[in-house]
Design a protein. Structure first.
Length: 91
């Protein structure tokens, strides 16, 4: 059975529509990944800054304050790990 020109045009249009939809999803996905990356970069910079401050203040901190800073750093590190995992799953 031969496929008519009209049927071929319909298939072409359906494929074009699917292609366009996928291209849009890819574009939006890239934008979403970029936004997530930017958030993670801000968190990274804050984490790095806190860690550097921690290194400088080690001798000046009392034990309780030191524990609080370390707990905050652990939470920040966990957030970074989770964020990077989300980013990795986008690709």
């Amino acid at each position: 059975m031969a496929i008519s020109r009209e049927d071929l045009n319909k298939v072409k249009e359906e494929l074009k529509q699917r292609r366009d939809e996928l291209a849009l999803q890819l574009h939006l996905g890239k934008a979403e990944a970029k936004e997530e990356w930017e958030k993670m970069e801000e968190r990274w910079e804050a984490f790095e800054s806190k860690l550097d401050a921690r290194k400088e203040q080690v001798g000046d901190l009392v034990e309780d304050a030191s524990d609080n800073v370390e707990a905050a750093l652990e939470r920040a590190a966990d957030e970074l790990k989770k964020g990077y995992k989300r980013l990795r799953e986008m690709f």
